[in-house]
Design a protein around this ligand. Structure first.
Ligand SMILES: [Zn+2]
Length: 261
């Protein structure tokens, strides 16, 4: 059976909105076994973003939005890193060597780029292009991720976080909508900073002047059906409202905090 490096969900391209889910899958082609790790490692956040495939499918359905979901584990190659990033193929996880990734020669690296990473990004690029053509406006790109509730022994207080670089067109109104829910703690560039050179948002949005936002949801909140239902119901109307703002329909270059000075 052939291995699909992405899953494409069809939707209305005329609205201008599209979804991506870089870390939706923990799948590996058979030839890679489990990269020498115990199979149980593939149930963990190190292999994929728990809950994100389900949440993204539900959002796509509610919004009638097209979506591209990554089809391979980030342990194979990480689609949310630049090709030149040293963590593109993780060689260590939790301090232990990943046998299937170490040592990594240039040929195997190129094989993984060509078989998984580039087909995924080519599909995202193609969808972004189609949405722009069909909608006649700047596409609004929403990237869905999730994070582990405890990192290095420390509990993370945020229920969700919005990651961004310099383009705050989607950030400001979405942060306001989420913070209006008083029981919800929403991080602003937490638990990570959204400015990462050549990452997926940089490639498809920042460098093109397209409005975008990266939404991180804490994994324990979307680990089951009820959780993904609740978050899809919460986020869908917010994304619809954002997508209709006039400033979201313009191509506008903000640059990146990672730009050389
Ligand atoms: Zn992720």
């Amino acid at each position: 059976m052939s291995f699909a490096p992405f899953e494409l969900i069809d939707g209305n391209k005329k609205s201008g909105l599209l979804l991506t889910a870089d870390h939706a899958s923990r799948a590996l082609p058979e030839a890679y076994g489990s990269l020498g790790l115990e199979a149980a490692q593939f149930d963990r956040h190190i292999a994929y973003d728990i809950g994100v495939a389900e949440l993204t499918r539900k959002l796509a359905a509610r919004l009638d939005a097209p979506a591209v979901l990554g089809g391979f584990s980030r342990l194979l190659i990480d689609p949310n890193r630049g090709e030149d990033d040293p963590t593109l193929i993780m060689q260590l996880s939790d301090g232990a060597v990943i046998p299937g990734n170490y040592p990594m020669d240039a040929q195997e690296r190129e094989t993984r780029l060509n078989a998984f990473y580039r087909p995924y990004h080519d599909q995202v690029s193609a969808l972004v292009y189609d949405v722009r053509e069909e909608s006649g406006r700047a596409p609004f790109i929403v990237s869905i991720h999730s994070y582990t509730p405890v990192w290095r022994g420390k509990a993370r207080p945020w229920h969700c976080g919005l990651l961004w670089d310099k383009d705050d067109r989607a950030l400001r109104p979405l942060l306001e909508m989420l913070r209006a829910e008083h029981l919800l703690i929403t991080g602003d560039n937490e638990p990570y900073d959204g400015a990462l050179r050549n990452d997926a948002m940089f490639k498809h949005a920042t460098s093109k002047g397209y409005p975008h936002i990266l939404i991180e949801v804490r994994q324990d909140l979307i680990a089951d059906n009820a959780g993904t239902d609740q978050w899809a119901a919460r986020l869908a109307p917010m994304l619809t409202a954002l997508n209709q703002l006039p400033e979201m329909q313009e191509v506008q270059f903000f640059g990146s905090r990672t730009d050389p000075v």
